[in-house]
Write a protein that binds this ligand. Structure first.
Ligand code: C2E
Ligand code: CA
Ligand code: CA
Length: 756
């Protein structure tokens, strides 16, 4: 403490580079000198006080001692605030003391004290002023020397060569030696100070430059030590951190603020060249930390790059890429692989399995989907597709690859063992995975399918080949056998069918398809009505079965146009008959597609309104297939036709899957027993039962019954005895061109009455 007081009082603390250096030095020197003088004076005063003997001289000394004590103390007090004055007053006091001692002491000791006081002046002066002033006092002290020499000589005291030399040496030492060497020292010190100051200035400048560079690097920059303690950050770096914590960052660990995204446990991520990080205070802010190390200092300069925006862009790009890839490879509705992706997956599977691997590829087509679309609208129909695909996927094994080809076609590829190489077994398996009913809003729909199957490896070695074969098989699926298997002849058949399709288009356009009539007779043998059957005669004279070309026309969407042509032909005949008052109705076959067609339906209705008798003369035969039975639009149109007075017959009854409810719902008044049930009669007991129960059913529903395909007298008799109203078959008459029935005043028709 004492030491500290000393240091402070004598201004000894080493603040060298302080601007007020020279002032501080002056105060320091003043205080040291004044303190030393005060101690000496105090000693002298105390001594004078002790030695006080009442003499005048004793009082003078004491008074002088006290006077000097006061003056020195005053100077000490003024030394800080009035250091200029004090530094002038002190030499003046010394000079005055010296002169006084020489002039009035009268003792050799007093003279010597005065001389030494004056001799000390150049050194004291040098401490406060420059060398020249000090030199002036040194020169002035020559006078002191001369006076000293003179006085010593006069008093004849100490005179001798030795004393003279001593006096000269003292003069030289105090007036020149010490001031000069102090001057030299001060000069050196001054130079050093200046040099240091210069250096400091340069350093400051340099540091300012670095500071400036650091601050304006353009990127957020951070300086940290080996341990990751943050030493400094520029403003841009500070801006990255939350405002309230920006001031707390310096001196803390970098890990307190930033964490690596790739490896959160990596505490030294900032030592890597580049690492992607996240701000701990805001996990949505991402940074890229680039390291550049300053090896001489062992510090790290880290450039922080805000990549939040970039990352968001990258993420967006990635999701876009994912979406694009999904769009490119998957069906957007069902999320099933699309055609290409399905093929790729199957091919990949095929490439990676053993030589003994067997599989089955099949295409499923939802039947009559166009009708569904039309009736329920696209959105609801899409729900059917979606429900179908979900059920299918849930029922298929994990090993099955499935996909949506397009529209209502789905493809599956499943590995199958030996048992399923038997078609019957595979058929059962496929049926078991297909949903039979699908809910659509409130309604539950019966869904029908057509399926084409091809085996791997027998019928194809790649997905594309197998799919092609499945497509061919699909073409050959029928309403009776919905699952069709590919076989080698199919291919040729298909090509032929394609040609046939082209020819059919021409035939319809050129109205080459004709109506033939087959009679329907009552039990007395009288013709009750005819059935109109379409006939297509090729150029070579052969006929194409209507079963073939009606299905083909249906597939090619040509059926409404064909039906329109046939209807016009038929109405022409009926028109003529009407003129002649022939009242034999003709039944016209409708497969369903015609009734769904607005143009055809409008034509039928306009013909009806133009000819009020038409509904009496034209009967309609609707085949019992499920789309017809379940389609509300067809129901609606049939009801309308029934209200106009049309008779409606359900054709091929018992072959479709119509439920009793659906049957009641259709406004039909005739049931036609299919020839499949009639042909085995009369011997087959089972078929007989079916026929019997059908007739009973018709009666209970108040419908009349037509049995078709009667080829023998026995069959005719049997059916009449069972209560069948009307009979149709080769036994009564084969279908013949209309002209045959009408020529010669309808001679053939008249003859027929004689047959039975
Ligand atoms: P369908 O409506 O069941 O017609 C009866 C079929 O049985 C006719 O065959 C007829 O010639 C045949 N048939 C009649 N009696 C006998 C018989 O005693 N023995 C044998 N074996 N067959 C007999 P067709 O003319 O070959 O017609 C086949 C199917 O083609 C028809 O079956 C019908 O579904 C369809 N069809 C024919 N013409 C048309 C048409 O104009 N429009 C529509 N939509 N379908 C038609
Ligand atoms: Ca028919
Ligand atoms: Ca029939």
């Amino acid at each position: 403490m004492f030491l500290n007081f000393f240091k402070q009082y004598f201004v000894l603390d080493d603040l060298d580079n302080d601007e007020k250096h020279s002032i501080r030095f002056r105060i320091s020197a003043l205080r040291i000198l004044l303190s030393a003088s005060l101690i000496a004076i105090l000693g002298f005063t105390i001594h004078s006080l002790i030695e006080l003997d009442g003499s005048e001289e004793g009082f003078l000394f004491l008074s002088l001692g006290l006077l000097y004590t006061i003056m020195t103390s005053c100077l000490m007090m003024l030394s800080r605030r009035f250091h200029r004055f004090a530094s002038m007053a002190l030499p003046a006091l010394i000079a005055l003391t010296g002169v006084l001692f020489i002039a009035i002491s009268g003792t050799s000791n007093g003279i010597e004290f005065g001389v030494i006081s004056l001799y000390s002046l150049p050194l004291v002066i040098r401490l406060f002023y420059n060398f020249k002033i000090s030199l002036f006092f040194s020169a002035a002290n020559v006078l002191t020397l001369v006076t000293d020499l003179y006085l010593s000589r006069q008093q004849d005291m100490y005179w001798g060569t030795g004393t003279l030399y001593m006096q000269l040496m003292l003069f030289a030492l105090l007036n020149f030696g010490l001031p000069l060497s102090v001057s030299r020292m001060l000069k050196t010190l001054h130079l050093s100070i200046n040099r240091l100051r210069d250096l400091a200035d340069r350093l400051n400048h340099q540091s300012d430059l670095y500071e400036e560079i650091f601050e304006h690097t353009g990127t957020p920059t951070l300086l940290c030590d080996k341990k990751g303690i943050v030493l400094k950050l520029n403003q841009k770096a500070l801006d990255l951190f939350p405002e309230d914590s920006a001031n707390d960052i310096e001196g803390t660990k970098i890990n307190d603020w930033i964490a690596s995204t790739s490896d959160a446990s990596n505490k030294f991520f900032w030592q890597k060249n580049v690492s992607e990080c996240v701000l701990k205070s805001n996990t949505k802010s991402f940074l890229e930390v680039h390291r550049s190390s300053l090896t001489t200092h062992g510090h790290y300069v880290l450039h922080l790059q805000d990549i939040t925006h970039l990352r968001a862009l990258t993420e967006e790009l990635e999701t876009t890429q994912q979406t694009n890839s999904r769009l490119a490879h998957f069906d957007s509705l069902t999320r099933l692989p699309n055609h290409q992706n399905f093929c790729n997956q199957v091919n990949h599977r095929i490439r990676n399995v053993s030589d003994y691997y067997t599989g089955a590829m099949f295409i499923i087509r939802i039947s009559q989907f166009k009708l569904l679309n039309k009736q329920y609208g696209r959105e609801q129909s899409n729900k059917v597709i979606l429900n179908f695909s979900r059920t299918l996927q849930a029922r298929l094994s994990d090993k099955t690859i499935s996909g949506r080809l397009r529209g209502v076609k789905f493809a599956c590829f499943m590995p199958v063992g030996q048992t399923y190489l038997i078609q019957r077994n595979l058929r059962t398996l496929i049926k078991s995975v297909l949903p039979e009913q699908i809910r659509i809003g409130e309604d539950i729909l019966n869904i029908d399918y057509q399926i084409g199957v091809a085996y791997y490896q027998n019928e194809g070695e790649t997905a594309e080949e197998l799919l092609e074969r499945c497509e061919m098989a699909l073409e050959y699926s029928t309403s009776a056998e919905r699952i069709a298997f590919f076989d080698q002849q199919l291919e040729a058949k298909l090509i032929q069918e394609h040609k046939l399709g082209l020819a059919l288009g021409d035939a319809i356009k050129n109205k080459h398809i004709q109506i033939w009539l087959q009679p329907q007779v009552i039990s007395s043998g009288e013709i009750r009505s005819f059935e109109a059957l379409a006939r297509w005669r090729l150029e070579d004279g052969s006929y194409v079965s209507p079963i073939v070309f009606i299905r083909l026309a249906e597939e090619l969407g040509l059926l409404p146009k064909l039906a329109e042509n046939l209807l016009r032909q038929l109405v022409d005949v009926l028109e003529a008959w009407h003129q002649e008052s022939i009242k034999t109705p003709i039944a016209f076959n409708l497969a369903g597609q015609e009734l769904m067609n607005d143009v055809f339906f409008a034509l039928l209705m306009s013909m009806t309104s133009e000819r009020p008798w038409l509904s009496e003369m034209l009967e309609l035969e609707i085949t019992e297939t499920s789309p017809v039975m379940t389609n509300p639009l067809i129901h609606k149109r049939l009801r309308a036709l029934s209200q106009y007075g049309y008779s409606i017959a359900i054709d091929d009854f018992g072959t479709g899957q119509a439920s009793m409810g659906q049957l009641i719902d259709i406004p039909a008044n005739i049931l036609k027993i299919d020839r499949r049930f009639v042909a085995p009669l009369p011997d087959d007991k089972r078929h007989l039962d079916i026929v019997k129960s059908t007739i009973q059913l018709a009666r209970s529903l108040n419908m009349s019954v037509i049995a078709e395909g009667i080829e023998t007298r026995e069959q005719a008799n049997l059916l009449i005895s069972l209560g069948c109203d009307t009979l149709q078959g080769y036994y009564f008459g084969k279908p013949s061109p209309i002209s045959e029935w009408t020529e010669n005043n309808n001679e053939k028709a008249k003859q027929l009455r004689m047959v039975y």
